[in-house]
Design a protein around this ligand. Structure first.
Ligand code: BGC
Length: 419
């Protein structure tokens, strides 16, 4: 319309002044809601922002702080309810299915077919990126959540080896504590408690028990003696956390390990982004290893950019965003910084550091062996209602409100009423 009314001379002048591209780029923008506000996360996001800006698409940032994304989901609900959905939203697992069910998401089928996404995105992720056979989201990465991040100087100083079992872990934590350090750096927020819980469930009961309890929510598994042991172990770990843990953000807990105040943190591999951002090097300054007893299994979550239905004027930029996210070079550049590994299976591991290479190899091995499971804590095992019911019990127990036997009963009841 605007251009239609311009005279030839006017158009010529715009071209001469080089304004035509800036008019086009002013019209192209994406608004992206996410919770990547920690140093390493923000740095990784810059990779995407720059990529799009290079294509003339401006980036409208909508960060909502709060690891695990709970607050982000609350803000999103308000935005969509008021009829003003962002272009794209960082989202995890079952939340994606919920939004798809509401019929408010866009359709990426054409782009996905053109770029051959079906052949390069593993089924475990596709289960969330597609709904009713249609692509609705672009998977950015795969994080795995059953990691330990350790301060190498403390391990060297105390002559500690990487623990491979529960007993070895406790022996190591005892030594770290006795030496005057905080043994376990932890932030007391429900999703962080649940991240440790996932690992302890896997370590205590093994893959079949994880499947039965965290994914199938089988009442026998949830109410079992094994689950009681899981809660007892959680209480044991609570004894290695410092007094100020309540409400602490995960990245501040990571900083305690980085700064040699604490020995280890149990956290997903986004923690690596914080070490790298602080200039630390794997195997030199810090160690990454699987939570003892979970060496052969991987619990994962995948950040996906879910595309909402937007007006025609915003669709071209939305597709550019989706295409940028799925490009192999972006998947390498972004995940090297973020601590995760590519969502695509065809991205070479050359650019990744020792922890990244290990993460990629272990993910592939677990996938082959059938020991790759969605993380309950990070929305990939059960729908949000059940997850939140589990969170409540795990956190109440971790804060000493229940003993292990009561926690088991509460868990069975809470899950039953949330279903
Ligand atoms: C997300 C990560 C993020 C972490 C902490 C997880 O749920 O998948 O991308 O770094 O939360 O914010």
């Amino acid at each position: 319309m605007f251009l239609g009314k311009m005279t030839r001379a006017g158009l010529g002048m715009i071209a001469a002044l080089g304004l035509s591209t800036s008019i086009a780029s002013a019209q192209e923008s994406v608004e992206v809601l996410h919770w990547w506000t920690a140093g390493g996360e923000a740095k990784a996001l810059q990779v995407l922002k720059k990529d799009l800006e290079g294509q003339g698409v401006s980036w409208n940032d909508m960060p909502v702080a709060g690891g695990g994304g709970e607050q982000a989901m609350t803000v999103l609900r308000a935005r969509v309810t008021s009829g003003n959905a962002p272009t794209a939203v960082q989202m995890l697992g079952f939340d994606i299915k919920d939004w798809a069910g509401e019929g408010v998401l866009g359709n990426l089928d054409e782009l996905a077919a053109k770029e051959g996404w079906d052949a390069v995105v593993p089924d475990a992720l596709k289960g969330f990126s597609k709904y009713d056979g249609h692509w609705i989201a672009a998977p950015v990465n795969v994080h795995s959540t059953n990691w330990v991040w350790a301060n190498k100087a403390i391990f060297d100083e105390l002559g500690l080896k990487q623990p491979g079992s529960w007993d070895e872990l406790i022996a190591a934590l005892d030594k770290i504590k006795a030496a005057g350090y905080t043994a376990v750096a932890h932030g007391g927020q429900a999703w962080q408690d649940a991240t440790i819980f996932d690992a302890v469930v896997m370590a205590t009961g093994g893959p079949d028990f994880y499947q039965a309890s965290m994914i199938d929510t089988d009442p026998d598994a949830l109410g079992s003696d094994t689950m009681k042991t899981v809660f007892e172990r959680m209480a044991t770990l609570r004894g290695y956390v410092d007094d100020n843990f309540s409400g602490r953000d995960w990245n501040l807990a990571t900083a305690m390990v980085i700064n040699k105040e604490a020995g280890v943190q149990f956290m997903g591999d986004w923690a690596k982004g914080e070490f790298l951002n602080a200039g630390k090097v794997p195997d030199q300054d810090f160690l990454c290893f699987r939570f003892p007893g979970t060496q052969d299994a991987v619990t994962f979550n995948s950040d996906q950019f879910v595309m909402f239905k937007v007006g025609e004027d915003r669709q071209d930029a939305q597709m550019k965003l989706a295409s940028a996210v799925m490009s192999p070079s972006f998947q390498s550049a972004f995940n090297v910084v973020k601590g995760s590994v590519p969502a695509r299976t065809d991205v070479p591991n050359d650019a990744f550091d020792a922890c990244g290479k290990k993460g990629m190899a272990e993910l592939a091995a677990a996938n082959k062996k059938g020991t790759l499971f969605g993380s309950m804590a990070h929305g990939h095992a059960v729908p949000a209602g059940v997850k939140n019911a589990m969170y409540d019990v795990i956190t109440a127990h971790f804060n000493g409100e229940y003993d292990a036997a009561t926690a088991v009963e509460e868990l069975v009841n809470a899950v039953e009423s949330a279903q």
